[in-house]
Design a protein around this ligand. Structure first.
Ligand code: EPZ
Length: 420
């Protein structure tokens, strides 16, 4: 089991270019199943979740791999697809394998897979996904932990109001609808930028999707799709992570190659805490040159609100804020596992249900801590950068699911961090 060793107390300085977005790459890799040809994806991050998605594609009979020359270019060829089911082992590797449900049903009319594992942050039901597929004419049997989908004829377009603007459900419906007969209209759709990125990819492959990124998405089914070449959007959560690391440790950095407006809600919180934020077309100039102030209340919300994925590492930065910050986690029911580890470092955090009360302390102390999940692990890294002394973070495999070379990026900003 690998660990990160961080000697805290060093301010960060320098500039980085942010990685491609994990939460765009994963649905797009699944969407390549619908194309029946060759897809070339640039700016694809080298993450364990991306490798898991490529193992699923290979298992289905497709070709998928990183290009030998271009570090972040992936080529996928789905002209051959000789399965419509995904093994339990592969499903358990990554919850996001659920995107293959919509893609496989969309292309073959069949799909059999085990329920995706819940994960550390919550139960992760897929009831919204399943009820949508049933509206499109898919027979879905759920038994013995498996989902078995069958649609004898072509899927039918349908009007699909969502009970909750679920990101994954919105994406899965789009994947199932692009080759369906007729029009599908999703209302109360999720508006995360990764959905617009997925739609842009599919439209470049010949799909007809309008309104992605807004709460009403209309998909006119087409008869077939072709391959394309596409650039994955920048990862807004990874960008926010490195800003939070700087807020925690102090210093000044520039995050390049991002879409600043995707960070509006989290940048507003950084500014409330006293950080300086200046945005250009594709970069954020960020400074944390004085002790942070507490932020009264931070509510996680669906996009464009404050992202739930930013909660852990913004909390880590505010552990030493002057005053008391209150977090309300409205999206997932178990997303405070990192608070126990932060308390080991001297943080003063009390949680009760959705609420976490963070009372700023003068200093945090390096400790042996364990990453409970992907973003919680990133939060521990941010806290370790601001702590006095050495921290040893285990469970780095969680962090590697979403961050490409986190120790390389932080080292380039002057952090004293190494992987063992
Ligand atoms: C996506 O997960 C992201 N993952 C998550 O990022 C992100 O936290 C989440 O959206 C919210 O923004 C990917 O894109 C791969 P949801 P997803 O469906 O699609 C409930 C990360 O750290 N719900 O919008 O699973 C669900 O339980 C990951 O990168 C149902 O009740 O999120 C949750 O409470 C973590 N029934 C809420 O909706 C359903 O059928 C939001 O879930 C589906 C969801």
């Amino acid at each position: 089991m690998q660990k990160l060793i961080i000697n805290g107390g060093k301010r960060l300085r320098g500039e980085i270019t942010v990685q491609g977005a994990k939460n765009a790459a994963l649905p797009i890799l699944a969407a390549s199943v619908l194309c029946g040809g060759e897809v070339v994806l640039h700016n694809c991050p080298r993450l364990s979740d991306v490798y898991s998605a490529m193992r699923i594609l290979t298992y289905l009979g497709c070709g998928a791999g990183f290009d030998g020359t271009e570090k972040n270019t992936v080529t996928v060829n789905t002209s051959v697809l000789d399965k419509y089911e995904i093994s339990d082992k592969l499903m358990r590797e990554m919850r996001s394998s659920i995107f293959f449900l919509g893609a496989l049903v969309g292309r073959t009319g069949r799909c059999r897979l085990s329920f995706p594992g819940g994960c550390d942050i919550g139960r992760r039901p897929i009831d919204i996904h399943i009820s949508a597929l049933r509206k499109m004419g898919v027979t879905v049997n759920e038994e013995y932990g498996c989902i078995d989908c069958l649609c004898e004829n072509r899927l039918k377009g349908a009007k699909i109001p969502l009970s909750f603007p679920s990101v994954g459900a919105t994406e899965n419906i789009i994947l199932a609808a692009v080759l369906a007969e007729g029009t599908t209209e999703i209302t109360n759709a999720a508006r995360e930028p990764e959905i617009a990125c997925l739609a842009e990819f599919l439209n470049r492959c010949g799909a007809d999707i309008r309104g992605a990124g807004s709460s009403t998405v209309v998909i006119n089914g087409v008869s077939s799709l072709h391959g394309c070449e596409f650039e994955i959007m920048p990862d807004r959560i990874a960008a926010a992570t490195y800003l939070a690391c700087t807020a925690a440790a102090g210093g000044e950095i520039i995050v390049k190659g991002c879409v600043p407006r995707h960070l509006d809600a989290v940048n507003a919180v950084f500014e409330q805490s006293g950080c300086s934020v200046h945005c250009t077309e594709d970069s954020v100039f960020f400074g944390a040159l004085k002790p942070l102030k507490a932020v009264d209340i931070i509510r996680t919300m669906v996009y464009p609100g404050f992202p739930t994925d930013c909660q852990a590492f913004v909390m880590a930065a505010l552990c030493r804020g002057e005053g008391t910050s209150v977090f309300v986690e409205n999206i997932f029911e178990n997303r405070y596992s990192h608070t126990e580890e932060l308390r080991r470092m001297g943080a003063d955090i009390r949680t009760e249900g959705k609420v976490a009360v963070v009372t700023g302390v003068k200093r945090l102390y390096g400790a042996k801590i364990s990453a409970p999940d992907l973003r919680g692990g990133a939060g521990l890294a941010a806290a370790a950068l601001s702590a006095e002394g050495t921290s040893e973070i285990s469970g780095v495999c969680h962090i590697d699911r979403g961050y490409e070379d986190i120790e390389g990026v932080l080292s380039s900003l002057g952090a004293d961090i190494r992987r063992i």
